[in-house]
Design a protein around this ligand. Structure first.
Ligand SMILES: [Zn+2]
Length: 355
């Protein structure tokens, strides 16, 4: 993979190329942005470019020994540091400091890529700070992170921060068609759902993921007709799915977003993310008040964020489904003949501890 082959991020790649051409490459970078938009790929490609034996026009050749070693993960001067368990530990940064005492073995630069640097323990971050304060020559350090605010300000101030943008829908759909042979119509839907992330789009190539999305959207589309016991059973089954939960909540968010867009814009289906569910979006959107949709969206984000901690997943999911059911029947009244519920205050998220 060369700079020319990276999808999107043209502004950042042009900036790196200019810095290379002017021989003004900073010694340390932070690449920030969401998952699946090319941060790690760009970092590795930059490592290849600075060490390529035939490097010309600010790109790598992808054929020389150095490029091939880098691509296979065997270049002695390209080190990638990832978390060991839940964190990047101080021992890993100490080992890096040891390596930095010596000159690069084969290449022009030793490149260290610290992936997801927000996972650094505070001691590790402080140890890295010392390295960044006095970087040895012929070294390039690249940190990747979701958000700049997840890193120590003292680290941020010593690096050039390059914020990566989500990819354009067209860039993703073109890639799905060309690299994976997806039909253009299906690729357009998948690209919308990917929300700018190529890795999310790639996950959608898995039919199971699409089936799951269909199941989830059909469940929430018909939630006003669901019986409470069915919803409790769904929350129980949902909880058992583990790693897919985060993605499921992402689907739920796209659904809520579509309902809101439908209400606010009286949208044509072009504005919808779930294009294949357009009819159901139109049917369901009138069941909710706009502020309830915003409230549900916020809650889905809260639960998604809280998944990282030890929350009671089943209780959280039950509350989410029951609230959605309650809000769906607020406007039109209960299908069993009860009158519409009276206006309620904002929902307060229950604090749940343990499992
Ligand atoms: Zn090369």
């Amino acid at each position: 993979m060369s700079f020319a082959e990276i999808i999107g991020q043209k502004r950042i790649i042009n900036l790196l190329r200019r810095a290379l051409a002017q021989e003004h490459l900073p010694h340390s970078f932070i690449f920030t942005g969401m998952e699946g938009i090319g941060k790690q790929l760009t970092a590795l490609t930059l490592a290849k470019v600075v060490n390529c034996e035939n490097g010309a026009a600010g790109d790598c050749c992808d054929r020389c020994v150095s490029c091939r070693k880098a691509a296979s993960g065997n270049h002695p001067d390209i080190n990638i540091i990832e978390r060991d368990g839940p964190f990047i530990k101080i021992e890993q940064i100490r080992a890096l400091k040891q390596r930095l005492r010596f000159k690069p073995l084969e290449g022009r630069y030793r490149v260290t890529i610290i992936n997801n640097a927000q996972n650094m323990k505070i001691e590790a971050a402080n140890a890295l700070l010392k390295v960044l304060e006095e970087p040895p020559a012929e070294n390039l350090i690249i940190l990747t992170a979701y958000e700049i605010t997840s890193l120590l300000p003292t680290i941020v101030s010593r690096c050039l921060n390059l914020p990566f943008q989500p990819l354009a829908t067209e860039e993703i759909s073109t890639h799905l068609c060309q690299a994976h042979g997806v039909e253009p119509e299906k690729a357009a839907i998948m690209a919308e759902l990917a929300g700018g992330s190529l890795s999310r789009a790639a996950a959608l190539l898995d039919e199971k993921q699409l089936d799951r999305r269909r199941w989830l959207l059909e469940t929430v589309a018909g939630i006003h007709e669901s019986h409470i016991t069915d919803l409790l059973a769904a929350a129980k089954a949902w909880k058992g799915e583990g790693p897919d939960l985060k993605q499921d909540l992402e689907w739920l968010k796209t659904w809520l977003r579509d309902l809101l867009v439908q209400q606010l814009e009286a949208a044509d289906s072009i504005s919808l993310l779930n294009l294949d569910f357009a009819e159901k979006v139109v049917g369901a959107s009138s069941r909710f008040k706009p502020d309830h949709l915003l409230e549900m969206f916020e809650l889905a984000c809260t639960v998604q964020g809280a998944m990282r901690y030890n929350i009671n997943k089943r209780l959280s999911l039950e509350a989410l489904l029951l609230l959605l059911h309650t809000r769906a029947t607020d406007r039109v009244g209960d299908p069993r003949g009860h009158p519409p519920a009276q206006a309620r205050g904002p929902f307060t998220w229950p604090v749940t501890v343990g499992r």
